[in-house]
Ligand binder design. Structure first.
Ligand SMILES: [Zn+2]
Length: 435
């Protein structure tokens, strides 16, 4: 029997915070009460000044395995997640080869079994993410895959997308789209607008994203397929999703920390760390995303954690690959946008919302994962983060658990950090040290 006591924190329930201690025995919450006394041999975690809530769930992690293990692998990506307060991540399928078959999905699930956090896997919608032939979604779904995406690119052909959605609706799975119309994005390297014109860099127009969001909402109306929009970056995209939700359509949306903390002016440095798809947008878009986050209309914050080796990022802005790291700092950046006065929203967008979208709120014996995004009640699987909202730290790209170093926040002071991360009742990280 392993027993753990989290003492002195504020327990974040679904509707309110309560000052209480939490006892965990053999991977489950067994007691929540004030002033529980430590038993002999019991490990105690001091949670004074902290929120004790369901561990964060990342819907958008590029673990780079197989194919680009020089940038990240399942183990190092999971370590970064543990430090960031995550208890589960959803691995994106744009690896080499693509996760578009039972064999490839099984490979990553197997690698995930020895990782510090739980690793769920998203399958590809089309073979090789080429946007042409549908992947065997039913077979992958039998392994417990609930989300399919060609992330990295969107499915360009509306006819292919319609067939994928009809198929997915019958299977009871969710499709997730990287919304960018490639013809409109036209190989651009940053947001199209006055800044790109001034810098002489080619632009990706906001409409490249919005037109695909709009198209896919129409296809949801036609097919009834549940649809999740990845990393939305413009005010208009969020308006489209909000309207679809109020119509009762089964659509959800995530936004990424870089899109609500950085704007296109960062590209004036020509530093490739600021290159990402979809690109950093206008200051007005950033303000709209922050407002959407605070008011609770966004379902999830997702990192789009995209590791690249220093060699591959060390190029001219035009040539460098898009993407930046996310897992180790996303919660701090989210806290900054949501505000310390809204802990329930903070846990909704980082834990409960994403867990519901990835269907990780119930345990799944096919992939042997436990339940995440819980209500913090007795009987829950103990996937928990102890989060200190007032501690500050300075981002150091050379002190990351990720193999890669491509964070745009190097040197920036951030507030709020996971003091401990507990996965299935086991402490995997405490005070910034992996256990
Ligand atoms: Zn993407």
């Amino acid at each position: 029997m392993t027993s753990l006591l989290i003492q002195g924190g504020q327990v974040v329930g679904r509707k309110e915070l309560t000052r209480a201690d939490v006892r965990i025995v053999d991977g489950r919450i067994t007691e929540i009460a004030t002033q529980l006394a430590a038993q002999p041999g019991e490990r105690v975690i001091d949670a004074s000044g902290c929120w004790v809530g369901p561990g964060f769930v990342d819907l958008h992690t590029h673990l780079r395995e197989p194919g680009k293990e020089s940038a990240e692998n399942v183990e190092t990506g999971a370590n970064a997640a543990a430090l960031g307060g995550y208890t589960a991540v959803l691995a994106m399928p744009n690896t080499e080869p693509t996760l578009d078959s039972v064999a490839m999905v099984s490979y990553v699930l197997d690698r995930g079994r020895s990782a510090r956090v739980e690793v769920a896997v998203a399958g590809a919608i089309t073979i090789g993410r080429l946007g042409q032939q549908l992947a065997p979604m039913a077979k992958m779904a039998s392994l417990g895959v609930t989300v399919f995406t060609d992330d990295g690119t969107g499915v360009q052909d509306a006819g292919v997308m319609r067939r994928a959605m009809t198929y997915a609706a019958q299977l009871g799975v969710t499709l997730a789209q990287h919304c960018e119309d490639e013809a409109l994005a036209a190989g651009g390297v940053m947001n199209e607008g006055s800044v790109s014109s001034r810098l002489g860099l080619s632009g990706r127009h906001a409409l490249a994203e919005e037109i695909m969001v709009s198209r896919d909402i129409d296809l949801v109306r036609l097919t009834g397929c549940p649809m999740h929009f990845l990393h939305l970056s413009t005010a208009r995209s969020l308006e489209l999703v909000r309207a679809a939700q109020s119509e009762g359509l089964p659509v959800t949306a995530e936004i990424a920390p870089h899109h609500f903390t950085l704007d296109e002016s960062a590209c004036e440095t020509f530093d490739p760390e600021f290159k990402v798809h979809p690109p950093l947008r206008t200051a007005a878009d950033v303000a709209a995303l922050r407002e959407a986050l605070r008011s609770g209309v966004v379902d999830a914050v997702a990192t789009d954690h995209a590791p690249h080796t220093p060699e591959s990022k060390d190029m001219a802005f035009d040539e460098a690959p898009p993407g930046m790291l996310g897992l180790e700092h996303a919660a701090s950046l989210t806290l900054d946008a949501v505000g310390e006065d809204r802990p329930l929203v903070f846990f909704d967008v980082l834990s409960r919302g994403p867990a519901a979208i990835a269907r990780l709120r119930a345990s799944d014996t096919r992939v042997r994962h436990s339940a995440h995004g819980g209500d913090m009640v007795v009987g829950d699987d103990a996937n928990i983060v102890v989060f200190d909202p007032s501690t500050t730290y300075v981002v150091d790209r050379f002190a990351l658990a990720s193999k890669a170093r491509n964070t745009p926040y190097h040197g920036r002071e951030l507030r709020g950090r996971a003091r401990a991360t507990i996965v299935r009742g086991v402490v995997v990280q405490e005070s910034g040290e992996l256990c």
